[in-house]
Ligand binder design. Structure first.
Ligand SMILES: [Zn+2]
Length: 323
């Protein structure tokens, strides 16, 4: 990968500085013209022909100065409008990301995910190597058997092998009540049921709908979406995870959210807390459910229902029939 060299970056910076200086210079010369015109000619000079000529000559000089500074700035501007080569963009290839119009045409998401997984894996192995090294240092004075035991103990329990079902209970409540809400600031999140390792979250998407999400430890088991005027609890005063919404639109979103759960399960290597974050970040996009138009047909309503599908990668809105 070619990143811009320091001299190239310096050159771009230098040009920018020159352009700023030229703009300031132009402002000064233009101000001179206006100040000169504001002051005008002295009353006693008005009568003589020579003083009038002198005035016009000075005026001409000032205008020429403006013209010169403007030409200078224009030259700098023209030199800077050339499209930079990939290798000289200050951000390197990352600078080109914003220029790609359709996210579906590239495999950016998959590549980023793969890179992230590699990073997580190497981080985890680095931690194991670090601990093993320290264990080795501690046990060099003791027998080889104890070293072997220490190694086995560390290798069989690396931090990344924690499964979502076995997330420590003492950290679960802190994660669901404090950390998760900070990651999705547009949602209002309340834990409304807590028993053993089961938690049910009541999530309000602004003025659009509420969702009930059932967690078994950090694993999301079920998600159901209903309208804000519908009941949260059943007759036994427990969170109602089963009654479908009476609105077609909310029933469709429930189906799509269930697909989203299946979708994240395709990435078993993802760090366990990334799955809830993915689902909630995706849900956040429904805050504009009733004002978004479909990315395919361009309409807001199709068969009386707004675009209820949000793409998992781009979060773009589509009708269920248009996706
Ligand atoms: Zn559509």
């Amino acid at each position: 990968m070619d990143f811009p060299s320091i001299p190239q970056a310096k050159h771009v910076l230098n040009m920018t500085n020159q352009a700023i200086a030229a703009t300031q210079q132009l402002r000064t010369t233009v101000t001179n013209v206006f100040e000169f015109l504001r002051d005008g000619m002295n009353a006693d000079e008005n009568s003589t022909q020579s003083s009038s000529n002198q005035f016009l000559q000075r005026y001409q000089e000032l205008l020429q100065a403006v013209n010169k500074d403007f030409t200078e700035l224009e030259k700098l501007g023209n030199a800077m409008t050339t499209v930079p080569e990939l290798s000289v963009t200050p951000l390197g290839p990352a600078g080109q990301l914003g220029m790609e119009s359709s996210a579906d045409d590239n495999s950016l998401f998959q590549n980023t995910l793969l890179a992230y997984q590699w990073y997580t894996k190497s981080h985890s192995r680095g931690q194991i190597a670090h601990s093993t090294f320290h264990a080795y240092k501690r046990t060099t004075s003791t027998s080889a058997t104890s070293l072997l035991k220490a190694r086995r103990g560390l290798v069989s329990n690396p931090p990344q092998t924690v499964k979502p079902h076995h997330f420590p209970a003492n950290q679960l409540d802190n994660y669901l009540s404090n950390m998760l809400p900070r990651q999705v600031p547009d949602l209002s999140i309340k834990v409304i049921f807590s028993l053993g390792s089961t938690r049910i979250l009541h999530i309000t998407v602004e003025h659009v709908f509420f969702a009930l999400i059932s967690f078994k430890s950090l694993y999301i088991e079920k998600i159901i979406v209903r309208g804000l005027d519908e009941d949260i609890l059943n007759q036994a005063e427990n969170p109602d995870m089963f009654t479908s919404s009476r609105y077609e639109c909310m029933r469709q979103i429930t189906d799509h959210a269930t697909s989203a759960l299946l979708y994240v399960d395709h990435y078993p290597q993802l760090q366990i807390d990334l799955k809830p974050r993915f689902i909630l970040t995706w849900l956040q996009n429904y805050k504009t459910l009733f004002s978004d138009s479909c990315n395919k047909c361009g309409k807001i309503l199709s068969a009386g229902v707004p675009p209820t599908w949000r793409d998992f990668k781009t979060h773009a809105p589509y009708h269920s029939t248009c996706k």
